[in-house]
Design a protein around this ligand. Sequence first.
Ligand code: GAP
Length: 458
Amino acid sequence: MKNIVTIEKISNLAKKRGFVFAGSEIYGGLANSWDYGPLGAQLRKNIKSDWWHRVVESRQDMVGLDGSILMNPKIWVASGHVDSFNDPLVEDKVTHKRYRADHLIEENVEGVNADGMSIKELNKLITDNKIKSPDGNDLTKVKTFNLMFETGIGITEGEKSSVYLRPETAQAIFVNFKQVLDSSRKRIPFGIAQIGKAFRNEITPGNFIFRTLEFEQMEIEYFVESDEWEKHFKDWSDWMSEWAKSIGIDMDRFHAKDIPKDKLAHYSNKTIDFEFDFPFGCKELWGLAYRTDFDLKNHTKHSGQQLVYTDPNDNTRKIVPHVIEPSMGVDRTLLAVMLSCYDEEEVNGEVRVLMRFPNHIAPFHIAVLPLSKKPELQSVSKEVLDLVSEKWVVDYDETQSIGKRYRRQDEIGTPYCITVDFDTLDDKSVTIRDRDTMKQNRVKITDLQDWFGSILNI
Ligand code: GAP
């Protein structure tokens, strides 16, 4: 696919066609918050449903979980987030704008990778290279900034107890490990999957829906024998690449990057970042981490509960399973899918914009378009609508010229348009237009369900 799309193009299309709106817009907005409109909500749902179907519903070694956002704050002490979930922050002494120190250094000093450096190293680099803020002002000393959002439970200010909005969905899986194991009777290797919101007080959010304060994750914790982690790591790595391809992500822009040992997150022994060539650079799309037994051991230590697995073939053998974690952001996935599927082509001297979504991801599978608003055409169009709506998600549009309606359906990625015309009244057939080829087929109304059944394959 051609790499022709910019963030401006995709965000304009997203707004115009109802995929993504700036949050709280009628009140002047809230920076870096976004709302998903009718088509964005459907696209998100399709991505999540496909993921859930493939990782939970169609596998015997996987189960699902839906944990809560607010959890006992001790969880975040045990997980290491209270101590280690920090980014290095510097502030412009005049404007008080805040920046990631490591990012500022990388922008100012050629060839330096400041990710994961200590505060001392970062301060030294800033001083040695006389780095100023982007507005040309002096910077404060670098300090650590914890990314967790803190809030309070309770009615009276003084009596509130502090809790955090979860910064990852993973911990709900670890703290429920024993209950899931006891209730589902799974044997390792097995995994628990979860989809849900996570929150991070990012110092530098931005790039449309790429980095936000509130986002959604699709995470799996896959529990294995410690000496088998490499095999399972490879299996999940392959799975993630295959799934990327199946949902329409352009594989020429999708890269696996091994994270060097000294840059690993506090819980990880090995991580692969799956990166995507976004218009603003090659950046992390998803992560795959080998979390060892870090989390289960720490929760055992802090909670006093034994989070162990008993070998069904030898009751005396109790182990703490090791964990492989595929972690994928819904919002970044949606952005990568939109960027990958966006295409432009010249048709009769005009640019046709289309989203080449795979059929199962497209917000609408079919659009029913009566050629005119004449009551006799409306009546048969409604019959067609009812027929195809039984199995597929269908849009109905009778406004504007047929050319404009085709253009709109191309831009929202609807794979097929059904046009009901005056001949339909006689031959009881309709025209089906294919989004990608623009080829048209005449099909009997009575054959529509079979025709789409074989071609949509959903
Ligand atoms: N449990 C592991 C974990 O949370 P992570 O790499 O910090 O790992 C996993 O996050 C994924 O969540 C990322 O690869 C990305 O897709 C998504 N993500 C993380 N921070 C995000 C943010 N601020 N905005 C949007 N998506 C984010």
